[in-house]
Design a protein around this ligand. Structure first.
Ligand code: HEC
Ligand code: HEC
Length: 199
């Protein structure tokens, strides 16, 4: 049973290499009981405003959780979990678990908006340079992780992009987002969010 259930995760862990192993993922699944009320079962959130964690890069999950925990005025819901999140191993485990799950998929039939968004993503603003041509993100060894940007609801992507645009959301790694977004028109933000959420 266990092998059947975790077999893929073990293979994934072997590919990722290093410190991720099946035991971490299993411990992470247990710890994720603290997250499901908002992030849903299997890391797919019931609310379009709460990000999905399924398939997200583990490095990015760790960074974001640490920044919520350490923020003086973080997102109040995540910051409220600070006491729960003070063991680094728990965070590594839960990040490995969510990273091993299949990402969410959403459908859109608005072909022209998707096409326009694709042009923004690959052309005008070169989003793909950091987030990858498939939107799965990049986790280079120098630590400059860019998150997966597919597998999220359009609503959450819009929220994130406007939070960067207005500097409501800032981070050391994300400064480029704060630099780029003010120059992206509302129309293009809408289009790129449609494109990403439909992939
Ligand atoms: C009470 C609700 C709640 C609980 C419980 C909760 N979260 Fe969150 N989480 C949120 C909200 C809301 C956001 C979005 C914050 C934002 O957009 O600024 C979020 C964002 C995140 C993000 C950022 C994702 C991204 O794509 O940038 C990560 C990572 C995360 N949570 C991890 C966790 C983990 C791990 C747990 C369990 C230990 C957890 N959360 C429990 C509400 C919650
Ligand atoms: C120079 C690299 C770079 C470029 C170019 C870039 N991004 Fe990002 N992006 C990042 C990084 C790094 C973060 C994570 C910031 C953080 O830690 O909060 C991020 C975060 C995001 C997020 C939030 C993801 C989440 O789960 O909360 C979205 C959505 C996003 N980028 C979309 C875009 C789009 C659309 C473009 C093009 C208009 C773009 N990015 C261009 C590096 C980049």
């Amino acid at each position: 049973m266990i092998i059947k259930r975790y077999g893929l995760a073990i293979v994934a862990a072997l590919f990722i290499g290093g410190h991720v192993n099946a035991a971490d993922i299993m411990a992470g699944e247990a710890f994720s009981a603290n997250c499901t009320s908002c992030h849903g079962n299997n890391g797919i959130s019931p609310s379009a405003e709460v990000p999905n964690l399924a398939g997200q890069l583990p490095d990015y999950i760790v960074k974001r959780v640490n920044s919520f925990r350490d923020a003086k005025q973080g997102d109040s819901l995540m910051h409220g979990l600070a006491n729960l999140l003070n063991n680094p191993q728990d965070i590594e485990n839960v990040a490995a678990y969510y990273g091993s799950l299949p990402r969410a998929r959403y459908k859109s039939t608005n072909k022209s908006l998707i096409e326009a968004g694709k042009r923004v993503y690959f052309g005008t603003y070169n989003c793909s340079l950091c987030h990858g041509s498939d939107g799965r993100g990049e986790s280079p060894t120098n630590g400059a992780t860019s998150p997966m940007v597919v597998g999220q609801s359009k609503r959450y992507i819009l929220k994130a992009l406007y939070d960067f645009r207005t500097n409501k959301r800032t981070s050391n790694e994300g400064y480029m987002m704060n630099l780029i977004l003010p120059s992206v028109s509302e129309e293009n933000i809408d289009a790129v969010a449609e494109y990403l959420s439909s992939q």
